[in-house]
Design a protein around this ligand. Sequence first.
Ligand code: CP
Length: 316
Amino acid sequence: MKNYLHISDLNNLHEVVKGAIELKKSPLEYQKLGKGKTICLLFFNNSLRTRLSTQKAAQNLGMNTIVMNFGSEGWQLEFEDGLVMNQNKSEHVIEAAKVVSQYCDIVAIRAFAGLKDKVQDESEIILNNFIKHATVPVINMESSIGHPLQALADAITLEEHKVLHKPKIVLSWAPHPKALPHAVVNSFIELMQFQNAEFVITHPVGYELDPKIVKNYKVEYNQEKAFENADFVYIKNWSSYNDYGKVIPQDKNWMITSDLMKFTNNGKFMHCLPVRRNVVVTDDVIDSESSLVIEQANNRTYSAQIVLKKILENIE
Ligand code: CP
C-alpha cells in the first residue's frame, strides 16, 4: 500500500483487522521495521486521539515522529496554481509538500471540511495537493470527506465485540449545537460495504447524507424503529449536506438515552469521540457496560499501526 486515503485502499479489510488484533497483543514486535524512518504529522485542525494514537503507533514501530500544528504554526499556504501571491498567503503547497517530504518517509495530514463551500470541500484541496506534490506516502488523518483511520478502528472494535455472524448495525444522527462535518459518517458507511451486517441509517428529515455514499442502504426516519434489535448503534452528529453545513432546527429527542437503548438487542454504544455528554448521549448510556467508546479510541493506535506497517513494508 502506498497511500492510505480511504478504507477501500486496504486490499482485504478482514485480513487487515485480523493483523491489527494481532499487533494489539504484541505492539512492539515490529520495532525494527520503522527504525531510522520518520513520520510527519501535519494538523490543520485540532485533535486528541488522532494525534496521540498515530504518534504512539509510529513509536511502537520504532519510527521517529514530528508533529506540527500547521493551521496555527505554519505559514499560510496557497493551493491555487498560477496566482500572483501578493496577498496574505506566504508559501505555496508545491514547495511546502516537497520540503516536508525531505524531512520524513511518510506524511499524514488532518484537514477538515470548512462546511461553507461543498464543491471546495469535496475537492479535498489540502489532502489532494499534498498527494500531488509530496514525494513520500500520504495518510489521511481526517479530511473534508473521510476519516479512514477512525473507520478502521471501528472495524477492529466491531470484530472484537460481535457475537452474531450478521449483526444489526445502526448509524444514528444525534443533536449537537455546532455544525459538524460528514467525514466520520462517510467513512463508517463506506466501511459497511465490507461488513456482513444488516445496516440501517437513521436521522431526522433534512439530514440526508451524500447519496453517492449512502447508495442503497436503508434510511429509517423513525429512530426507535431503527434501533429495534440493533446489536451496535454508532452515534454521530453531522450538519446538513443538502443545505450544506447548516444546523437545521434540532430535535433534542434524538439524544441517545437508556430508554432508547431498550429498543436494541442489548446493543453496544459506539461513538468516535469527542462527544458532548447529555447533548449527544446521556451519562448513564456512555458510562454503561454497553459503551465501547474508550475501546474505539484504544483501537485508533492499532488502526494507525497496521496502516503504517503496510506502508513501511512497501517502502523498505
Ligand atoms: N475521533 C477522532 O478523530 O478524535 P480526535 O479528533 O480527537 O483526533
